[in-house]
Each structure stands twice: as C-alpha cells, then as structure tokens.
Design a protein around this ligand. Structure first.
Ligand code: GTP
Ligand code: MG
Length: 653
C-alpha cells in the first residue's frame, strides 16, 4: 500500500518534538539535582515545555458547499476507520464550522454551540471559555456506528420564523438571494449549531493536528472569526473546487480575499480540483481523460490567478474507497497521494523550522545563564583561593590587614547595593509608565469607548470613524511604548557599565526590544477591517449593522490577543533586562560574605589555612564537573533540535 506521507511526516515531526521535550526535561532534572535551579529559570523551562506540548498544526478545508471538503478529510485522515466518518452527502451537509482535535482533559465528545448564541456579539472563541454554553454529546470511539451517528449532528438544521433568523444575521429580507429561501409559512431553515468541536483520541489528533471543516462559503461571510482568526492562523488551507461545477464568482472572491490574497501571503495555501472521477470515461483513452483534466486545470488556474500545476486534481471519493478497500491502482488513479505529499512538504518542514527557531534561542539563553552562573562561582572561588594561598607563611597582622580589606570591599559594595535598590525603584516606576500605554486595562477601556461610539452611530461613516480612531490610538500607544522602552534600556545600559567598572560585575548589554511586531500585527488587522468595509462588505448579504458590530467584536478580541502576547513579551523582556544584574549582585554579595568568613575563621584559628584551602579546592572541582555536565547537556539538546527523522531527511534529499 502506498504510504501516506502526510501521516508519516507528521508522526516524524511529533517524534522530533518529543525528543526535544525529553532533552529539556533532562536539563531541568539536572538543574534540580545540582541545586542550580531557581524559580525564574524553572518558569521559563515550564513555558517552553508547555509551548512544545501544546504545539498545534491547524489544517483548514474551505470550499463552496458540496465540493467534497468532508469527503477529502475522511480520505486523507480517517480512511483507517474503514468507513465514512464525517457526514458527506449531496446538497448542504456540514452546517457549522467543525473542529476536530484531541484535548485529553476533555471527554471524547461532540461539543456544540447553539445557533441562538449568534444573537449576542460574543465570539465563538470567547464562548470556548464557557463550557456550560455548549451542548455535549459523549460518544464511544470503539463503536463506529456510535461515532457516525454523533457526527451527523453537525448537519442538523431547523425551521425558525424569518425574524428570528434575521436576528442571528442569517437572513436578510431585502436580499433577493435570501428571499428564495423563505418558506410559505414565513420560516427559514437555519443550522441548529453555530460551531462544533469534535474531541476524540485519534493518533494524529493526539499529536496536535487540528482539522477545521467548514460549511459552504456562506459561513465565511457570517462568521468574521473564520476570516480574521481561524483562516489566517491555519498552517495550511485547502481550497477545494469541483470538476463538475467549474469556478464560480463567489469562489474567486473568497480565494482572492481570504486565502491567497496578499494580506495573508504565506505558505500552505493549496488549491484542489476534486471529483476528477467525473471525467473518467471508459470510452476514452487515459490520454484523452488527462487532456480533459488539464483543460479544467487551465481554466480554474486562470480564474484563480495560479499556474495550472499549482492546482491538485484528485478524487476524494475514489481515494477514500481505495484506501478502505486497499486498492492500490485506484488510489494512484485518485491522485490523492500527490496532494498528500504536497501538503506535507508545504506544511511540516516550515512548521518545524518555526518551532525550532522559537525554542532554540530560548534554550541557548537558559543554558548560557547556567554556564555564566557556574563561571562566576568558579571565578569567585579562584579569587578566594588566591587570597588564602597568599596568606601562607604570613603572620597574624597580615591576616588582620586582609580582613580589613575585605570588610572595606564589602562596605563599598553595600553602598553599591543601595544604588541598586534606587535603580529598582526607578525601574518599576518606568515599568508602570510603560503599562499605562501598553497594559490590558488601557486597551480594554479603548475597546469599550469604540464599542459605544459604534453603537451610537447609525451610519457606516460613524462606524468607520470610530474604528479609524481606535487604530490610530493604538498605534500612538505602541509608539509611546517604544520610547519608554528605549528609556529603560539606556538607563540599564548605563547601570551595567557602572557596576562593571566599580564592582567588577560582568558587563552585559541588555537585549533590545521594539513593538514593531505588534504594530505590524495591528496594521494587518486594520487592513482586514478596511477590506471588510470596502470589498467584502458588498459581498455580504446579511444584516450589515449586526454583522459589523460582530465583526468589531472579533477584531477587538484579535487585538486583545495581540496585546496579550505583547504584554507577555514585554514582561519577559523586563525580566531579562533586570534579572542578570539581580542575580550577579546577589552572587557577588554572597562571595564577599564567604571571603570575609574564610579569613575570619583563619584569624580566629578555628580553621587551619590548609584545611580551608583544601575545602575550597574541592568545591572548585565539583563546579568544574558541573560545567562538564552542562556541556554534555547542551550538546544533547542541540542534537535533539537538529534531529532529522529518516522520513524527513528523505524529503529534503
Ligand atoms: N464523484 C465524486 N463525488 C464526490 C467526490 N467527493 C465528494 N463527492 C460527493 O459530493 C457530495 C458532497 O460532498 P461533501 O463531502 O459533503 O462536500 P462538502 O464540501 O463537505 O459539502 P458541505 O458540507 O455541504 O459544505 C457527496 O455526495 C460526496 O459523495 C469525488 O471525488 N467524486
Ligand atoms: Mg461537509
């Protein structure tokens, strides 16, 4: 049987991640054993581990209804069940966005958010924090009938009065397209659920794969969260066309605006031409069939602005059938393996690269800190030893003199310490200033202000002004934050210099930091909002005001997201700036105390000089051994980072 490269590659990637987690755990255990760990370091390691363990790979399937999204998901990922897992049938089938994932903290279940929640402006992401709002059906993964029955729920619809549908933003009486759907009794058919999460322990989902199945393109217009949040954040999007329908105008619009558009230009956007089996014809030669397919590819490519070889022709249906029946020839003919191969090579190497880049620097920094700490200890010991060795054969007077010298050093340093305390208070004052610009409180106040301005304005123009003001204000705040950050940095630079000159502390230059990343993220969201007004707005057929306030809520929650990340990053940066000085000051103080103690003991003859020297030499050796261990651990982690699973090495070759 042809191997499913995507599944293999993904498994290899998960193995790599696991190797990295293991290496990090070893490092942490060693730090604890050697009593080298501190709460700050431990927290950073924990965050790294959490990030690696929660690492997700999001793959979204987008298309007009009935193009075969659900069938393709079944064929690529779930053929092992030996039957069709997600419901796939003629006409509209998947009625709400459906996420398939595995969260072991939750029961194996189908969680459904009632459509009635659309009457509020609360986003689905926010609803995820309130489990009591969801209807839950548990199911048994051991029974395929049980699973299939449960999954059918995503297709459920109901009839409601037209006014009710309008309240949910699902019906607009003035729209001719919507009017056709009105039944004689003034009711409309709407989905029962707004969103579905299917949680079950499938091997790929367990490793962090998250699949998003969407209903026909209509949902793209009515759930701004899809276009602003889920699609831009998906690591891959498969956009599916069908050979029997050609490319429609709304497909071109969606492809341009939400998938391939310059706005989200990134890897992992694939176009698929499904149902090529419709072109198979026993009365035609393979070459003739191929010509038919090529012709379709050429037209579709032209309409989407792609090269024909950028669209993958497949038959999801035959691919699924072939996998279930283990029919190798049919599988090849379905051309599913080619799509899987393209998907995995678009998806996994770049994903691995991102995760590697994000973890590498952090890990190197942690190990560097451990190594600097050991070096500082070693140097302190060397100085003490030198001092003590210098005392060999000296009389009591000299010892007393030495003791006074250390005392003076200590007093000097204590003065320095006072300066450090003063610095700390200026530092926290400046930090507070920074958070008045960048803090969550300030942002939330802005959101409230904008929301009110929007609610009070009944015209698009008023809404537009409110949103413009929102973005202008946020931008200004980020710029102000930057200048506060620079101020903090130059103050710290000066302090590091002073401490290094006066007390011989190691001079480190604090890392630089800028809010440019978040400015860019905001600019992206601002462009999305402008597009919403300029283009997408004309495309949508639902109640525009409701939709725009909904849109704002999603936008606001994305901005809050950006700010949360910014706040976390700034906090980490502030720690990175002050922590080395704090720990050095602490270490230096400790060493001065030890020096004084050593000499005192010798002065009072409680220890002989030689005994003390031998003791310190023993300590020196154990620190050298720790340094050796650390080098081995560092190599161990680097190997884990660089590890290429044979399957991936093959890909690259
Ligand atoms: N001939 C043929 N039919 C297919 C193929 N893939 C899907 N179909 C059929 O097309 C119909 C729609 O498939 P679905 O998987 O439900 O399509 P969807 O895109 O998920 O549709 P919605 O859930 O309504 O948005 C079903 O009857 C499938 O059996 C294919 O490769 N060839
Ligand atoms: Mg479907």
């Amino acid at each position: 049987m042809t191997q499913n490269t995507l599944v293999d590659e993904f498994a290899a990637y998960s193995l790599w991640r696991k190797g990295l987690v293991d290496a990090l755990c070893d490092y942490r255990t060693w730090l604890n054993e050697q009593e080298l760990n501190d709460s700050q370091t431990d927290l950073r390691i924990q965050q790294l581990l959490d990030r690696l363990r929660d690492d997700k790979l999001n793959v979204a399937f987008v298309a007009e209804f009935s193009r075969g999204k659900s069938e393709l998901i079944n064929a690529i990922f779930f053929a092992d069940y030996g039957h069709r897992l997600l419901p796939s049938s003629a006409g509209r089938t998947t009625m709400c966005p459906t996420e398939l994932l595995y969260d072991e903290g939750k029961p194996t279940s189908l969680q459904l958010l009632p459509i009635e929640t659309r009457a509020t402006d609360v986003t689905t992401t926010e609803y995820k924090r309130y489990p009591e709002e969801w209807t839950v059906f548990e199911f048994d993964v051991g029974s395929s009938d049980n699973m299939v029955t449960a999954f059918k729920e995503v297709s459920r619809t109901k009839r409601v009065p037209a006014e009710e549908a309008a309240r949910y933003g699902l019906f607009d009486p003035d729209d001719p397209g919507d009017a056709i759907n009105l039944n004689p009794d003034n009711t409309v058919e709407i989905p029962c659920w707004r969103y579905a999460i299917i949680n079950f322990p499938h091997p790929l989902l367990e490793q962090g794969l998250v699949i998003l199945d969407t209903p026909g393109l209509n949902a793209i217009g009515t759930e701004p969260e899809l276009t602003l949040n889920m699609l831009p954040n998906a690591h891959a999007i498969l956009f599916i066309l069908a050979a029997d329908t050609g490319v429609t105008k709304s497909e071109i619009d969606v492809w341009r605006h939400y998938i391939s558009g310059a706005r989200w230009k990134q890897k992992g956007r694939l176009a698929v031409l499904n149902k090529i089996d419709g072109l198979w014809d026993e009365l035609k030669s393979d070459a003739e069939v191929q010509r038919e397919i090529d012709k379709q590819l050429a037209t579709s490519a032209e309409l989407l602005g792609l090269q024909p070889d950028q669209i993958f022709p497949v038959s999801a249906h035959k691919g699924l059938l072939a996998k279930v029946n283990k029919d190798e020839a049919l599988l090849r003919k379905s051309r599913l393996p080619e799509l899987e191969e393209a998907l995995s090579s678009e998806l996994i190497p770049s994903k691995k690269e991102i995760v590697r880049d994000n973890t590498q620097n952090e890990i190197e920094d942690l190990i560097n800190n451990s190594s600097l700490l050991l070096e500082a200890r070693l140097q302190g010991l060397a100085e003490q030893l030198e001092e003590l060795r210098g005392l060999r054969g000296k009389n009591e007077d000299v010892v007393e003199h030495m003791m006074n010298k250390v005392k003076i050093d200590k007093e000097n340093f204590e003065k320095g310490l006072q300066r450090f305390q003063a610095l700390r208070s200026v530092f926290s004052q400046q930090t507070n200033n920074l958070f008045t610009y960048l803090g969550m409180e300030a942002l939330k106040a802005e959101v409230v202000k904008t929301r009110e301005a929007m609610v009070n304005s009944n015209f698009t123009k008023g809404m537009r002004n409110a949103m413009d003001a929102f973005f202008t204000e946020l931008k200004a705040r980020l710029v102000q934050s930057d200048s506060q950050i620079n101020e903090i940095k130059s103050m710290m630079d000066a302090m590091y210099k002073k401490f290094s000159e006066e007390h011989g502390l190691r001079q480190t230059t604090p890392p630089a930091f800028s809010t440019l990343r978040y400015q860019k993220e905001l600019a992206k969201l601002e462009r999305a909002y402008k597009e919403h007004f300029d283009t997408a707005f004309n495309m949508l057929t639902n109640e525009k005001m409701t939709l725009t306030t909904k849109f704002f809520e999603t936008l606001a929650s994305r901005v809050i997201n950006v700010y949360e990340v910014a706040n976390r990053d700034v906090e980490n940066w502030l720690k990175a700036v002050i922590a080395p000085m704090e720990s050095q000051v602490r270490e230096h103080q400790l060493q001065l105390r030890r020096r004084l103690e050593s000499i005192k003991r010798i002065y009072k003859s409680t220890d002989t000089l030689e005994e003390r020297i031998a003791e310190l030499e023993g300590m020196e050796r154990s620190i050298q051994a720790q340094m050796q261990d650390l080098m081995v651990l560092r190599q161990h982690i680097r190997n884990a980072l660089d590890f290429e699973h044979p399957a991936q090495a093959r890909q690259v070759a």
